[in-house]
Design a protein around this ligand. Structure first.
Ligand code: ACO
Length: 325
C-alpha cells in the first residue's frame, strides 16, 4: 500500500472586526489593563458580532487557506473541524463549512478537544492522509468562546477571544522522513480526572442549556506547564531531536506566562516562540492556526522550517506535533 505524508499546502485565518481592549473590559467588570497584561500578556481580543457564528468565521478562514494553497473546494476529500463552540448541537459545524465553501464530496466532521482541538484534528486528518484515504484535507480550528463566557466573572471573561484558522494538507507520496516537508510526528494525551478544573457548566444532555466556562486558573496553569513540557519532550525523544533542532514553536495561545514557563523549562529561546496572545487572547482551538498564519505571513516561518506545535485544553487534553513546513 502506498504511504503518503501530509504536507502543509496553505493556511488562512479570520478574526471578527470588533476588538475588545482591556480598558473596555475595565468598564464591564472590576479589572484593569495592568492586571490583565501582567498576569496574562493579553492586551486585546476580537469578539464575534451578534449573529456571527463559529461556522461563518470558519468559512472565511477556510476560503483563505484554499486560496493560499491554490486548491479548489471541490478537490478536498476531508474537513476536520475543531471546536467546543459549535453553531448547533448538530449537525457538525464541519458539514456547514463543507456546504458553504462548495465541497460536495468526501466527508467532514467535528472534533471537541477544547484548546487542544486543532492538534487533535491535525493528527486525525494526518492519519487519513498517510493511508491515502484523503489526498487533500482541511483542518480548521474555530471558536466563539464569547458565547460561553460569564461576562460578569472577571476571572475568566478577560482571557478569551473569538476567531478561526485553517490549514490545507496535501498527501505527497512517501512515508514522512525527517528531511521531508510534512507532518513528522504527533503525540496526543488526555486525562479525564481533572474535569472540575476547566469545564462548561451546561450542555444538551445534562442541563439542556449552553452554560458558562468555569476554571481554576492557577491549577490549570501548573498542569499546562508540566503536561505540555512532557508532550514536547516525548516528541523530541520519539524523533531523536533536540530543542536546538527546532526552528519555531507555535503553541496554543493561552497566557504569555504559560509560554514563558514552558520556554524556560524546555530551554527554548523566547524569540523562537510565536506569540499572538497579546492581540488575540485565548481563542481555544483557533489559536494555533491563527498564530501560524501570522508567523507565515510576516515572513518568520518559511518553507522547510521545523515547527513544533503544542496545546493543553479542558478534559484535560494535551499534546504536541512536529512538522516541516
Ligand atoms: N482583574 C483583577 N483581579 C483579578 C482578575 C481580574 N481580571 N481575575 C482575578 N483577579 C484577582 C483574584 O480575585 C485574586 O484576588 P485575591 O487575591 O484578592 O483573591 C487575585 O487576582 C489573584 O488571582 P489568581 O487566580 O491567583 O491569579 P493568577 O496569578 O493565578 O492569574 C490567571 C489568574 C491569569 C487565570 C492564571 O491563573 C492563568 O492564566 N491560568 C491559566 C489559565 C489558562 O490559561 N487557561 C486556559 C488554558 S486551557 C484552555 O485554553 C481552555
Amino acid at each position: 500500500m502506498t504511504r503518503f505524508r501530509s504536507v502543509f499546502a496553505g493556511v488562512g485565518s479570520y478574526l471578527p472586526k470588533k476588538v475588545l481592549s482591556n480598558d473596555d473590559l475595565a468598564n464591564m467588570v472590576d479589572t484593569n489593563d495592568e492586571w490583565i497584561r501582567q498576569r496574562t500578556g493579553i492586551k486585546r481580543r476580537h469578539i464575534a458580532a451578534s449573529g456571527e457564528t463559529t461556522s461563518m468565521m470558519a468559512v472565511h478562514a477556510a476560503k483563505r487557506a484554499l486560496k493560499d494553497a491554490n486548491v479548489e473546494a471541490g478537490e478536498l476529500d476531508l474537513i476536520v473541524l475543531a471546536t467546543a463552540t459549535p453553531d448547533l448541537t448538530f449537525p457538525a459545524t464541519a458539514t456547514m463549512v463543507q456546504r458553504e465553501i462548495g465541497m460536495y464530496r468526501g466527508f467532514a466532521f467535528d472534533v471537541n478537544a477544547v484548546c487542544s482541538g486543532f492538534l487533535y484534528a491535525l493528527a486525525i486528518a494526518d492519519s487519513f492522509v498517510v493511508r491515502g484515504q484523503a489526498r487533500t484535507a482541511m483542518v480548521v480550528g474555530a471558536e466563539t468562546f464569547s458565547r460561553i463566557l460569564d461576562w460578569e466573572d472577571r476571572t475568566t471573561c478577560v482571557l478569551f477571544g473569538d476567531g478561526a484558522g485553517a490549514v490545507v494538507l496535501r498527501g505527497e507520496p512517501g512515508a514522512p522522513g525527517m528531511g521531508d516537508r510534512g507532518i513528522i510526528h504527533t503525540h496526543l494525551r488526555s486525562d479525564g480526572r481533572h474535569e472540575e478544573l476547566l469545564y462548561v457548566d451546561g450542555g444538551p444532555s445534562k442541563t439542556k442549556t449552553v452554560g458558562h466556562l468555569q476554571m481554576s486558573g492557577n491549577k490549570v496553569f501548573r498542569h499546562a506547564v508540566t503536561n505540555i513540557s512532557g508532550a514536547i519532550a516525548r516528541v523530541l525523544d520519539d524523533t531523536g531531536l533536540n530543542v536546538s533542532d527546532i526552528d519555531w514553536f507555535v503553541p496554543h495561545q493561552a497566557n504569555e506566562r504559560i509560554l514563558e514557563g514552558i520556554a524556560k523549562k524546555m530551554g527554548l529561546a523566547r524569540d523562537q516562540v510565536i506569540s499572538t496572545v497579546a492581540d488575540h487572547g485565548n481563542t481555544s482551538a483557533a489559536s494555533i492556526p491563527l498564530a501560524l498564519d501570522v508567523a507565515i505571513k510576516d515572513g518568520r516561518i518559511k518553507k522547510n522550517d521545523l515547527v513544533l506545535f503544542e496545546a493543553l485544553g479542558g478534559g484535560f487534553t494535551w499534546g504536541a506535533a512536529l512538522a516541516r513546513m
